[in-house]
Every structure is written in C-alpha cells, then in structure tokens.
Design a protein around this ligand. Structure first.
Ligand SMILES: *Cc1c(COP(=O)(O)O)cnc(C)c1O
Length: 545
C-alpha cells in the first residue's frame, strides 16, 4: 500500500546498510564510500592541504536550519566532503605541524566496522568480541610498557585528557577514600611539571580538586620536572597536612618531547610515604600519551642495530628509552593511539598496573538497572562513560596487528632519523639553533636569528639574563615573521608546512620563548622534505628584515 509516508520510508531504508545480506545493496554502499573518496581525491594537489583554505563562516553556520525534506546519500556525501576543504593532509611529507598522525587503512577499517554495527564496549552484551579487542589491545600495551598483563587492566576513554582524568581520580580515591561519596576535601593537591599538558588544569578543575590546588613544578633545561623542586613542593604540601592525590609524570611533553624522570619520582614518592607515614601511597600517573610508543625499543639490540639506523638515530632512540623503559613503575599510564599510534581520533587507553585500583570507582548494579543482566565483561561498572565506542579499541588493535613490534620500530625509527637529519642541517647553519637538542622525539623546536647574531651564545643569554629581555622579545617577533613567510610559501606550494609555539618554555626571568616547530609524523617524510625546511628558513632570513 502506497501512502506518502511509505514512499519516504522506502527511500530511508535505502540509506541504511541492509540488515539481511543483499549484495546489490552492498555494492551501492561501497560505491557510496568510493564516491566520497573520489571526491576527496579530487581535492588533492601537490600541496599538503585538501583543496584550498576557505575561511568558515561561523556566524552563517549558526543560522543553519533543518531541511524540510529528505535528501540523498549522494547529496549528503558531497556536502560532507565539502567540509574537508582546507584540511591539512597530515600524512603529506610537507606537513610537519603537530602531533597528529595519518591513520592507517586497517585502523580506518576498524573504525568503520565498529561503527557499522555500533559496538559499545560498555558491556560485552553490546559489543561481544569487540569488547575482547579492548582487552587484547590493553594486554598488548601492558606487556609493551612492562606491566604484568595478568595484573594490569585498562579501558579506552575520551582522549589523553580522559586517561589522566582516570589516573588522578583513582589517586584521589586512594588519598581520600570517601571522595566518591562525600566529595573532595579541601586539602588535596595534584602535582605536574610546568611542561605538562594543560589537561591537568581541566582535570583538577572538573574533579572539584580546584585548579588552585594544582602544583606545577619548574622544568630543567631538558624540559623535565626538576626533582629537587618536586621534593620541596611535596614536602611542603605533606608537612602542611595536605594530601597528594597524584603526581603526573609527563613522558613526552607536547611541545618538546621532554621526558620526566619517572624512576626518580617514584623513588621520591616511596621515601616520602615512609617518612611521613602516610596511610596511602600518592598515586603516580604517567602521562605517556606521546612517549609510550618508544616502548617498542625497550628490547631493541642497540649494539647490533639489526634495522641499520644511523648512529645519531640510535643515540636518540636510546636516549628516549632510558626514560621510557621505566614506565612500568607508574601506577597508571596514559596512551594515545591517535598520537603516536597512527589511529584516527579517538583512541586512548588508560592502563592501571593493579586492576584492583579500578574497583575504587565501581558502581553498584542497583545503580544501573538497565545493564548487566547477563554477560561477563562489564567495564561499564567503573568507567566514567556509559557509551564507549568500539572504534578506538579496534583501530588500536588493527595497528598492533599490522605493524607488529618491528613495524613500529621502523616507523618511529625512520621519523627519528629524519628528525635527526633536520637537526644536523639546522645546526649546520649559523643562523639557526635547535632548542630541544636533548629531547629525542620527532619534534624539533628551533629559532632563527638575523645575520650577525652569534647563535652559539644567544640561546643561553636570552634564557638566563634579564638584560637580554629586549633581544629575546625582538627575536620572538623576528621568528614570528619567519614563520609567516614559511607558511605563506607553503600555501603557495613552495616549501613545507611547519608550526610554531608561543611559549615552548619561559626564560629564567619569566618571558615566553617563541619557537618554530617541525613535528614529523608522516611515514612519507624523506631527506628532501627536511632539507626544504632549512632552505625555506634561510630564504626567509634573507627576506625578513
Ligand atoms: C595531547 C596531550 C594530552 C591530551 O590528549 P588529548 O587526546 O588531546 O585529550 C595530554 N598530555 C599530553 C602530554 C599530550 O601531548
């Protein structure tokens, strides 16, 4: 019987994958995806962006209305593709902007599959063996960072921020076992380094601990937490009767890839726990959302070097491993597969060394009457989220299976190798200087200086000596101009897209140091793509007065 609503309904049904095998409709589905990919491909040029940058009219966007009638898959596809206009092609070798990786094909298929059947890993009833993928990915990661996989446990959550939130929340429950029920007493602090991610502020704010109770510890020249200052701060807090909910150690800071001395932090924590006879052990959370991936080198034979990396690369890898291999000393670790794991957003895992820790936030079954009548795997008993997509776990597992340990070693090793080549070039010119020379990731912070400036001494002078304040600020502006030049050249198809940071750290006298930044996270980067960075900077130095 044909009624107006039936006619529309039939169109609607075609817009869904079919519930019962229908290979003709499957072809239509695949073709629809192909059409989208084709259109995206049509936006590609030699430039590291899709199409061109069209400024978004956010005022106009606010006035968007719901269309009165149904559209078609085809029309919606074109509309969606249009929204990709101007996006950076993060896998392009001439895009070296930030810690955003290009996702692999298997990880994208993982997202598609999970979304296709709408897996929710809150409970195995809602996700079956997709829930298993979460446990598998967590198990692989636990082993990788050196946890006992029998004892460790973890869940995927809403980003790196979520991983630290879980760590701090569990720490809070350890320090104040009543917090979940009664709320947070005022005498709680959280400690992080000045180079740690701003999410520590969000977390202390949102957990009710209060941003004022976040203690930030200055960092050394290597961008790692100053242990002496940490000890001072922790002692002051404890002596003042405060409780330490968590110490967040950052392993791989966002701008510079600084790595905190986790071993030193844990030792200090243990000593203070004993000395102050604390009834709890302050929780140490490792924010390793960037650095975790270097764990694949924990067992690499740096002597024999079977993959044939260059000596400078080996040194950089070993330098990072020196800190990363202690990850298992942390009570919990945060991992972002959407950063150094080549998965699409969001794929973040928080792991606890002791699975009992998660019990501290477990709800009672009576509180969740619609869940858990059967099944045996119930992470939703303790996760903050109710719905959790299976896409993050499947994407992570996809990449583990695809790369294996050696694949990840090659991928990271290559990018570190390219980073080292970039630094050699930058240091080979007298007009440029690398700022984070002792940080061994794939991010390079550097500054350019006008002709006639002695780059050997200027860095130290600007950093230490308030008499150089004006020079520092002048050179901040100079580097901004260099960045503008390099950026517009890249947009014109000449050169490379790099980025910058307004404050990679403060000088001793409190001024922000502006830095140019190259973040290499594309497997397609080769030597020519890092040489062009240096060429463009040199060119900019001639153009910028
Ligand atoms: C990116 C980052 C975060 C936040 O992660 P999101 O996934 O963006 O929420 C936290 N810590 C560090 C060190 C980071 O680099």
């Amino acid at each position: 019987m044909s009624t107006p609503y039936r006619d529309v309904l039939n169109k609607i049904r075609l817009a869904f994958p079919q519930p019962v095998s229908d290979s003709i409709h499957d072809s239509y589905f695949v073709h629809s995806i192909m059409r989208a990919l084709d259109q995206v491909d049509g936006l590609k040029t030699q430039l590291p962006i899709l199409g061109s940058i069209v400024p978004g009219d956010f005022e106009e966007a606010r006035r968007t209305t719901l269309p009165p009638r149904m559209s078609s898959v085809e029309a919606v596809t074109s509309d969606l593709v249009g929204h990709l206009q101007g996006m950076t092609i993060v896998g392009h070798p001439r895009a070296q902007q930030n810690v955003i990786p290009p996702p692999t094909i298997p990880s994208l298929i993982g997202v598609l599959l999970s979304s296709l059947h709408n897996a929710n890993v809150v409970w195995d009833e809602y996700s079956r063996l997709v829930a298993l993928a979460e446990v598998e990915a967590a198990g692989i990661t636990a082993r990788l960072v050196g946890y006992d996989p029998e004892q460790a446990s973890g869940v995927f959550t809403f980003g790196g921020t979520g991983t630290s939130l879980y760590g701090v929340k569990i720490g809070l429950e350890k320090a104040c076992p009543q917090a979940m029920q009664k709320g947070v007493p005022e005498d709680v602090v959280v400690i992080v380094s000045e180079a740690g991610h701003y999410c520590a502020r969000s977390i202390t704010g949102w957990l009710g601990i209060g941003v004022d109770n976040l203690i930030t510890i200055p960092t050394t020249a290597e961008n790692e937490m100053d242990l002496g200052r940490l000890e001072e701060a922790a002692r002051t807090a404890l002596a003042g009767g405060k409780k330490i909910a968590a110490i967040i150690a950052t392993l791989g800071t966002t701008d510079a890839f600084g790595l905190d001395d986790l071993k030193g932090i844990v030792t200090l924590r243990d000593n203070l726990t004993e000395e102050f006879q604390l009834a709890y052990r302050p929780h140490v959370h490792a924010d390793a959302v960037i650095g975790w991936a270097w764990s694949v080198f924990n067992h690499y034979d740096f002597e024999r070097n079977p993959l044939g990396f260059r000596p400078r690369t080996l040194r950089a890898l070993a330098g990072a491993c020196r800190r990363i291999r202690h990850l298992s000393l942390a009570d919990s670790v945060g991992v972002d597969f959407h950063k150094t794991g080549f998965a699409p957003y969001i794929s973040s895992l928080v792991l606890f060394k002791d699975c009992e820790d998660l019990r501290r936030v477990t709800r009672l079954p009576e509180e969740m009457p619609y869940l858990y009548h059967f099944g045996e795997h119930r992470p939703g008993m303790y996760t903050l989220e109710a719905s959790r997509a299976g896409s993050g776990p499947l994407a992570a597992l996809a990449n583990y299976r695809l790369f294996g340990e050696q694949g990840l070693q090659v991928l990271l090793g290559h990018m570190v190798e390219m980073t080292q080549i970039l630094r050699e070039h930058l240091e080979g010119y007298e007009g440029t200087t690398v700022l984070n020379r002792d940080n061994f990731g794939t991010v390079t912070l550097f500054r350019a200086y006008p002709l006639g400036i002695d780059t050997f001494s200027i860095k130290g002078q600007e950093f230490d000596d308030p008499a150089h304040r004006d020079t520092l600020l002048t050179h901040n502006a100079y580097n901004r101009a260099i960045f503008q030049y390099v950026y517009s050249e890249a947009m014109a198809g000449r050169g490379v897209l790099i980025s910058s940071t307004d404050c990679y750290r403060h000088t001793r006298y409190g001024e922000p140091i502006y830095a140019l930044k190259s973040y290499i996270l594309s497997p397609f980067v080769d030597e020519g793509d890092v040489e062009v960075v240096v060429e463009k900077i040199q060119e900019a130095r001639e153009k910028v007065a």
